[in-house]
Design a protein around this ligand. Structure first.
Ligand code: ZN
Ligand code: ZN
Length: 375
């Protein structure tokens, strides 16, 4: 006798029909699916047994062998799961589980299913990201056909039972899983799982049951949003099946590069050009803000190129928070390229007036920028 009883694993009688085996298997797949199982590790272990039991019992020859000898054909003296060689070489349990879920168990056409999500992109300016904004998006989505009300046909004899699956919506397919073949239940390729063949399609939707329409939506984009942030709008996506809910519209936001500011999270970096006399003597300068307003900044005498000044709270608002980042001003000192006669004369006098320092004090230019951005 095998260490484990395949009939017990699937919870069926020894005289169970093929249909009962299939049903039991599907129930197990649902029961042990990682999305629903509480103990995922245990569920995975159970699924390995379930898969093996189903592989044997769904195959008439293997089942007959098992019924006679109490072990799977080809199994060693111990029988059971070790004798099958495990699932080694198959790429792990995850693969087999996924392939079952995707092709068999999960796509039961009679179950309510949520519709697909629709992903859209929207580009906004930095200023719009600062204030928050509303953007209109346009997209194509399917709606139930009003002419046939989703019945695919308007004729009473417009649909027939699908000849491939005889109305079941699913067919069995043999797949090779390394140590043998496994009967797998997949969606019927002819009818796509509906179990029906449309012979007189609805003229409006061509027998699809749905028509494509263009929709517009106003998207409220909150302040502080960053490139790559997504906004989900539930129930605006593709329609569900069998009474399932619609999918979502997911809007992925891109904040366009700004000519004036470099953004680092909620902090902003701004480059301010000043004259070399302003740098040497000190000055009060105007600093532009994202909103267009200006802010005054006091530059002390002896300011070096690359010096950075932090204006607290004048950066971007933080996403979904009441806080604001800082505005970092990097000073660039512009050396004059044209001097009038008087300026030239004065500078020559300046040069003769005393010795000048040509060595950069303390940290270098890049060191200070780094400090300004990363604190
Ligand atoms: Zn229609
Ligand atoms: Zn079919």
């Amino acid at each position: 006798m095998a260490e484990f009883d395949y009939y017990e694993i699937l919870g069926i009688e020894r005289n169970a029909s093929d249909q009962e085996i299939k049903r039991a298997y599907r129930n197990m797949v649902r029961k042990y699916h990682p999305d629903v199982a509480e103990d995922k590790e245990k569920a995975q272990e159970e699924m390995i047994k379930v898969n093996e039991a189903y592989a044997v019992l769904s195959d008439a020859d293997k089942r007959a062998y098992y019924d006679s000898y109490g072990q799977a054909p080809g199994a060693g003296p111990s029988g059971g799961f070790g004798g099958f060689g495990g699932f080694g070489g198959f790429g792990g349990f995850g693969d087999i589980f996924e392939s079952f879920m995707n092709m068999g168990g999960r796509r039961d056409e009679r179950q309510p299913r949520r519709g697909r999500d629709i992903r859209l992109g929207v580009t906004i300016t930095l200023e719009e990201a600062y204030t928050g904004c509303t953007k209109e998006v346009e997209y194509k989505v399917h709606e139930s056909c009003l002419t046939c009300k989703g019945k695919l046909t308007v004729e009473p004899d417009g649909v027939e039972v699908c000849p491939t699956c005889r109305g079941a919506g699913r067919v069995q397919k043999q797949i090779n899983i390394g140590f043998g073949t496994l009967a797998q239940v997949v969606e019927c390729p002819t009818c796509g799982g509906r179990g029906q063949k449309v012979v007189k399609p609805c003229p409006e939707c061509k027998g699809q049951g749905v028509v494509e329409v263009t929709k517009r939506l106003d998207i409220k984009i909150p302040a502080g949003i960053e490139t790559g942030n997504g906004l989900r709008l539930p129930d605006c996506g593709e329609p569900g099946a069998n009474g399932g809910p619609r999918g979502s519209v997911i809007v992925i936001v891109e904040v366009a590069e700004d000519k004036r500011f470099v953004r680092e999270g909620a902090d902003l970096l701004y480059r301010k050009n000043i004259t070399f006399t302003q740098a040497a003597l000190g000055a009060e300068v105007e600093i532009e803000q994202v909103t267009g307003k200006s802010e005054k900044l006091r530059i002390p005498a002896g300011t070096q190129p690359g010096a950075t000044f932090r204006i607290k709270g004048k950066g971007m608002p933080e996403f979904r928070s009441a806080r604001f980042g800082d505005l970092h001003v990097v000073v660039q000192v512009i050396v004059p390229t044209k001097l009038n006669d008087k300026q030239k004369k004065l500078l020559e006098e300046f040069q003769e007036a005393g010795p000048q320092e040509a060595k950069e004090p303390s940290k270098g230019f890049f060191g200070r920028i780094h400090d300004a951005i990363f604190g």
